[in-house]
Design a protein around this ligand. Structure first.
Ligand code: AHG
Ligand code: MN
Ligand code: MN
Ligand code: MN
Length: 342
């Protein structure tokens, strides 16, 4: 038997981005930026896979601006991503879950793009080796950030520039996540559909594995932390009651894993407001908006219960928002439970 060595037909991320740049020359910078983020995620994937061996899967002794105890991997992943972005020369401003304030990137002060990211999502799961991930979003710098020659204006320049971090999901030009699980999967959209690439451990190349992801109109699962049910409003409780015996329940506790499953299988993911957290727990800028961008690009729907999450304009970097996203018909059903008090 002669094994026919089939030519490599499944494109790697590198090949896919080159093809995409040929068809969309204006997105060349964006593709270069995405390639750097993918390199950063590949580095984080290796660190996460080895964390239990290297003793890095534990807590750090620091509290972040969210008032959460940081994990060692929160800090490490944050540094890896900041470096990956800094040296692209394409990002003038960056905001991270693990940084109190947005960061002006000196090396590229007035550059085209703003990057927002959650360097390690679901980090409370790390010690149990449960799926975690990185979430990122890319905006254009629409407030001119020109370097002023006379220093005294530098401050108001910087203040104006920081406004570039407070943009709604509707202004995203790209977004994605990388999930570190039984395999490492990079899923992103540049505004023309959602594409997934799985890391081949042998070649260490991301290979196209989910071409043009489309979320089913309805799905088999709902994904909520029902431990908070007593604190939810009557609309959400009414909706969850309507699902009993209709949908199965799946909840990992890492937004990246719960959203990835929802994108592929369909259904609804939610983190509602409750009596303790009046805007829920998930952060708008670097968790809810990038994920809503992806879900809408895949034909799904997002809502805070009353309006699309994509339309919510942040007034602060770490602002939280109630999140419902997934299959369009399932999210519409949820919104119907809110419509009676509009
Ligand atoms: P992070 O680890 O980036 O702080 O995010 C954690 C978030 C999200 O990943 C997850 O869906 C949610 O917190 C889980 O919250 P509960 O443990 O309250 O369900
Ligand atoms: Mn956190
Ligand atoms: Mn997170
Ligand atoms: Mn995080």
């Amino acid at each position: 038997l002669r094994a026919t060595a089939e030519p490599m037909t499944t494109p790697t991320l590198t090949r896919w981005l080159l093809d995409h740049t040929r068809q969309n020359p204006s997105q060349e910078d964006l593709e270069a930026l995405l390639s750097s983020i993918a390199m950063g995620c590949k580095t984080i994937s290796g660190i996460v896979q080895r964390a239990g061996v290297d003793g890095l899967d534990g807590a750090a002794d620091t509290i972040n601006v969210q008032d959460e105890q940081q994990k060692q991997l929160d800090i490490i992943a944050n540094e890896v991503l900041k470096d990956a972005l800094r040296y692209t020369g394409k990002v003038g401003l960056a905001a991270s879950e693990e940084e109190a304030d947005p960061m002006l990137v000196e090396e590229a002060f007035g550059s085209k793009y703003v990057a927002v990211f959650d360097p390690l999502d679901g980090s409370s799961n790390v010690q149990a080796a449960v799926a975690t991930g990185t979430i990122f979003g890319i905006f254009k710098q629409n407030v001119e950030c020109l370097v002023d020659d006379d220093d005294e204006n530098m401050d108001d320049d910087q203040t104006r520039c920081l406004l570039n971090a407070l943009q709604p999901g509707r202004s995203l030009v790209a977004a994605g996540y990388c999930m570190y699980s039984s395999s490492t999967v990079l899923v992103f959209s540049l505004g023309d559909g959602v594409h997934g690439f799985t890391l081949d451990p042998r070649s260490q190349e991301f290979v196209l594995s989910h071409d043009d992801v489309r979320i089913p109109e309805r799905g088999p699962y709902y994904s909520f932390n029902e431990g908070n049910a007593k604190e939810w409003d009557a609309h959400v409780r009414g909706y969850l009651d309507s699902l009993q015996g209709v949908k199965g329940s799946r909840y990992v506790g890492s937004m990246v894993a719960d959203v990835h499953r929802t994108l592929l299988y369909g259904g609804i993911y939610g983190y509602p407001a409750d009596t303790k957290n009046k805007n829920g727990k998930l952060r708008l800028l670097y968790e809810a908006a990038p994920m809503s961008f992806l879900v809408e690009q895949a034909g799904g729907r997002c809502s805070d219960g009353r309006r699309p999450i994509m339309d919510v304009v942040p007034s602060s970097v770490h602002q939280r928002v109630p999140v419902f996203l997934g299959s369009s018909e399932d999210v519409r059903d949820l919104e119907a439970f809110y419509s009676d008090d509009l």
